[in-house]
Design a protein around this ligand. Structure first.
Ligand SMILES: *[C@@H]1O[C@H](CO)[C@@H](O)[C@H](O)[C@H]1NC(C)=O
Ligand SMILES: *[C@@H]1O[C@H](CO)[C@@H](O)[C@H](O)[C@H]1NC(C)=O
Ligand SMILES: CC(=O)N[C@H]1CO[C@H](CO)[C@@H](O)[C@@H]1O
Ligand SMILES: [Fe+2]
Length: 512
């Protein structure tokens, strides 16, 4: 019910440091990035060297890597595992009926076996943006923009490279909806991949990032503030994981997704399309998809090699789970302690009714009867607010700063035939110069850490004072440190290190 930040209670507001550093002011970001000269330039890009040249400050190592490798199929595949949105890819054991890929089409991409055999062996993967079908695309700079709802098939080669092997840009198969292949002309294939990247941008920002971390953390935060007194052990355990969440979300509603917000106006999905899309995403939200061990298994992603989001995420889930279990075990010594705690029961009911609209099929409980259920739920809450948010938030500038890799908006419709696309088509499809600049400023702002950041495990505000939970917090920190060292060793052998889930890069709450 807070329309603006001033409606929020003092204790959940930003500190002075954070407030003065962080404003969703695009002007500031544009100035910082030296882009202000572009804000009224509604021309199209004439070539990509221009983009590379104009935007040349504050590039990160990953940014530079991507600028060099964005056209590369192997890197395109890599991003489904370790890019900004590791949530979309599934193992594919049977082609969907609306994606009629034939053996002939993919023969050149496979090693020896047939597509059918590779599917049986678990080497074929699918990314399906079907939620985008029928969603209204946005008007930007007075021009109607376009959205695809692509399907993309990938193959894990014996050399452990995940390669895209077929892309269909719309859901309904037809003559005007060809299946693009790596053997097509350079620009046919590149443009098909570009539509996938734009669809991924939308899925990422609105579903993986906004809905599944920011908005859920808000649900948990509000229920905690409404139902648990400060002396309650679960309040003490959780409250630091909600630091700044209500304010950042209120600001995001005002500046990014309100009627005049940057994403509403300047990304390819905005206005009515954003709500159409979010309704679908909410309807598909389930408890098990928020619990990484279950989510990975449900997607058939247990065994695929080089999936660092999974490796690090599962490890962190376990560390958090052990920590929660040890603290909660101190206060709830039997299941009946859980059943009798009416404040706790009201807490989960509020989450169920107001956060998940009383939809029992989501799997979200509306009461707790076992200590183990409680421990799992609290693990999910802490994981969502910290680890999951870090995975989808912190690399936004790394992966989205070089616009062609993560375009916020596209202005030509998906091609309906092959052999027509040239470099010019691609440049005409990309967003205008000032739309691009706004996009860069947005992803820059959204991944710029604040100087008063609190990291996972750093319970700076001391709510607990009993010996046992204090000790468990120390143990938790220790485990995170050990894990951090393991990741560093692993990363040394990677061409592109996966750093987003290194504990010293994980903020304890959704605060950005
Ligand atoms: C781009 O510049 C034009 C003026 O040339 C302006 O009308 C438009 O609002 C700008 N678009 C964006 C996305 O900033
Ligand atoms: C309830 O959740 C299930 C599982 O996610 C979903 O299939 C169903 O559409 C949802 N119902 C509503 C009314 O959103
Ligand atoms: C917040 C923001 O960047 N809004 C811009 C989005 O685009 C419109 C025009 O399409 C501009 O007027 C806004 O300034
Ligand atoms: Fe965020």
């Amino acid at each position: 019910k807070a329309d603006s930040v001033s409606d929020l209670p003092d204790e959940v507001r930003f500190s002075f440091t954070k407030a003065s550093e962080f404003k969703f002011t695009f002007l500031n970001a544009m100035v910082e990035l030296n882009l202000q000269g572009l804000s009224t330039n509604k021309e199209q890009w004439k070539n990509l060297e221009e983009l590379s040249h104009i935007f040349n400050c504050r590039k990160t190592k990953v940014y530079e890597y991507i600028e060099k490798n964005w056209k590369n199929d192997e890197f395109f595949g890599y991003q489904f595992l370790n890019g900004m949105n590791p949530m979309m890819i599934n193992c594919c054991t049977k082609l969907p009926d609306n994606f009629p890929v034939t053996e002939d089409m993919v023969k050149a991409s496979l090693s020896e076996k047939s597509l059918e055999e590779e599917m049986q062996d678990g080497n074929i993967f699918l990314v399906d943006y079907k939620r985008l079908q029928g969603v209204t695309a946005n008007m930007i700079n007075g021009k109607q923009h376009c959205l695809a709802a692509p399907l993309c098939l990938l193959y894990m080669t014996p050399e452990e490279k995940l390669m895209p092997i077929a892309i269909q840009l719309k859901q309904e198969p037809s003559e005007e909806n060809p299946i693009f292949l790596p053997t097509d002309s350079e620009y046919d294939w590149l443009l098909a991949k570009t539509f996938v990247r734009n669809a991924d941008f939308i899925e990422h920002e609105l579903n993986s990032h906004l809905l599944r971390t920011h908005l859920l953390a808000e649900v948990f935060a509000v229920s905690t503030l409404r139902n648990l007194p400060m002396v309650h052990p679960i309040y003490k355990l959780l409250i630091s994981h909600f630091r700044y969440t209500l304010q950042i979300n209120t600001m995001a509603r005002e500046s990014l997704i309100s009627k005049t917000g940057a994403i509403t106006l300047n990304a390819s999905i905005g206005g009515p399309g954003m709500l159409e899309y979010l309704k679908k995403a909410v309807a598909e939200l389930t408890y098990s998809s928020l619990c990484i061990p279950e989510d990975i298994t449900a997607r058939g992603m247990d065994d695929i090699p080089n999936f660092y989001y999974r490796d690090d995420g599962l490890k962190l889930w376990d560390i958090i789970h052990r920590f929660v279990q040890s603290v909660i075990g101190r206060y709830y010594t039997s299941d009946s302690d859980v059943q009798k705690d009416s404040e706790l029961q009201n807490w989960i009911k509020d989450i169920f009714f107001n956060g998940f609209l009383s939809n029992a099929s989501t799997g979200i409980p509306n009461s707790f009867s076992l200590v183990t259920e409680l421990v799992k739920f609290l693990t999910m809450v802490i994981f969502t607010a910290s680890v999951q948010h870090a995975a989808v938030n912190n690399g936004q500038f790394d992966f989205g700063g070089w616009m062609p890799n993560f375009p916020t908006a596209l202005q030509l419709p998906p091609p309906t035939n092959k052999g027509q696309c040239t470099e010019k088509t691609m440049l005409q499809t990309f967003p205008d110069i000032n739309t691009t600049a706004k996009g860069i400023a947005t992803v820059y702002l959204l991944s710029k850490p604040s100087s008063d950041i609190v990291l996972l495990g750093d319970y700076k505000e001391e709510h607990f004072f009993e010996k046992l939970p204090m000790q468990k917090i120390e143990d938790f920190k220790q485990e995170l440190e050990v894990f951090s060292a393991e990741i560093k060793v692993r990363n040394q052998r990677l061409e592109l290190p996966y750093t987003y889930l290194e504990p010293q890069n994980i903020e304890s709450s959704v605060a950005l």
